[in-house]
Design a protein around this ligand. Sequence first.
Ligand SMILES: [Mg+2]
Length: 257
Amino acid sequence: MSSQKLFLFDFDGVIVDGMDEYWHSSLLAFEKYLTSPNLIDQNFYKQVSNTFIEMRPWVKYGWEMLIIVNQIIKREDPLNNQNKCDFLNKYNQNCQKVLLENSWVPEELQKGLDEARKYQIAKDFDSWIKLHRPFYEVLDFIERIKKDNIKSAIITTKGRIFASKILKKLNIFPELIFGYESGTKVQIASKLSREFEIIGFIEDRRNTLLDIKESPITNNIPCYLADWGYLKNIDRINLPHEIKLLKLVNLEKLLAI
Ligand SMILES: [Mg+2]
């Protein structure tokens, strides 16, 4: 193992809040690129559904957002704040059910989402960027560690190209960026741990951090659950002691390690 230090960051919910973009791009994917049973009313674009915001912490891959959006905008028996718990109680099974009902496969939905993003980037890049709200404290942190000769890697379930474009616009240039094309986060972290001394991983998905801690190759990576990200309330409770809940105001303290 090299002595080159590396810090890992998730992207969505850790570096940027992209809630407006997830909603907008999912609608656009249905409007332009996917066969949808729903008519896409232009009024849908005006405001992100609260039900969508509430359900975002359950999402692992981008295509799942399209499932949720589809269920929210459908005419009959739509998902709303009253019945969302039923869906969430069996989240994975329900996602599979919606796939089957609509004869969709995840790859097709993901492609639709990616196409919707490419379309916006080509048409009006700045408007697309404005749908993302950066967490400036995290951007500052990445800049700070660079001065200490610590490299940064972004590992995201987004397409690599989209994370790269946003980071570049924010003037942040991490040494490494991995998207969903590169495999699971545990696979990426395992590979990186052979080359680098990984001194931390900030992520807002508790299960991802649990996976990191369960793998013998990555279990020595210090894991931090981003309190400012898309968390379920239950995520903060009974956190295993080897995963630390990190608040945005305490980011700087990590440098004292
Ligand atoms: Mg995240």
